[in-house]
Design a protein around this ligand. Structure first.
Ligand SMILES: [Zn+2]
Length: 245
């Protein structure tokens, strides 16, 4: 008797647990997939980091890698504010490589880039925006500029829209319209997702450097960038061959 009851209890106990697990995963499974469908992911890549500080501000010496990170957090907040999900490739000043001693710069760089690619691929983003600061030998040159991989038509579309938006600021501050250009950059070719590089401005131009460090100007630039992203995503969702993911 005792043994039979025990078996019965075990059978019912197992059945109850399986039922509970089934209900739980059904409810949460549906919830998780609806979030994925409703909220596209934008990968925001803060260029450089760690030993690779990028270029430096001509007046203040500010490191490009720090400013890129600052802009990345601002863009993340703006993108999330619009109901999208944002994934940052880096969230600290460190580069994306192990800090093993004796690491050659070349090895470090390729590990860093490979890690960024892994994050992009794992995120299945609607688009990728890599943030950088520009530098040129002629200090008079200024303005925000977008670069894209010419072999990806979606990247070109994203770049042109983004450039159009940041030109609202270029016209006012740099007194010129800037053209989005094709460029041979790893991050824009790392995966098939629409991707571009936004060079926020020239750290070789003292006036633009000052603006890039000014929270008010930073907000203006992020406003244009996030609008560009939204306009691009809207064109994508309207096109008949738009792929979800
Ligand atoms: Zn850079």
């Amino acid at each position: 008797m005792f043994v039979i009851y025990k078996k019965k209890y075990i059978v019912w106990g197992v059945a109850a647990v399986l039922f509970a697990v089934g209900c739980f995963s059904a409810v949460y499974g549906i919830k998780a997939s609806s979030i994925r469908a409703d909220k596209p992911v934008i990968v925001i890549d803060a260029g450089h980091g760690g030993a690779d500080g990028g270029v430096s501000g001509i007046s203040t010496g500010v490191k490009e890698s720090s400013l890129n990170l600052k802009f990345a957090f601002l863009l993340k907040a703006a993108v999330e504010n619009q109901g999208y999900r944002a994934v940052l490739t880096r969230t600290t000043e460190a580069g994306l490589y192990e800090t093993a001693f004796n690491t050659l710069e070349e090895t470090r760089k390729s590990k860093d880039m490979r890690k960024r690619k892994e994050i992009i691929v794992a995120s299945k983003p609607a688009c990728v925006v890599s943030l950088h600061m520009n530098f040129f030998s002629q200090s008079s040159i200024r303005g925000a500029q977008v670069f894209y991989n010419s072999e990806n038509p979606e990247s070109k579309k994203l770049a042109k829209i983004l450039q159009g938006r940041v030109n609202n600021l270029n016209r006012e501050y740099a007194k010129r319209d800037v053209t989005a250009l094709p460029g041979d950059y790893y991050i824009t070719k790392a995966a098939d997702y629409p991707a571009c590089i936004l060079e926020c401005g020239f750290l070789s131009n003292p006036d633009e450097e000052r603006l890039l460090l000014d929270p008010e100007y930073q907000e203006k630039l992020i406003y244009e960038a996030v609008n560009g992203i939204i306009i691009y995503l809207n064109t994508k969702s309207r096109s008949p061959d738009s792929a979800d993911g």
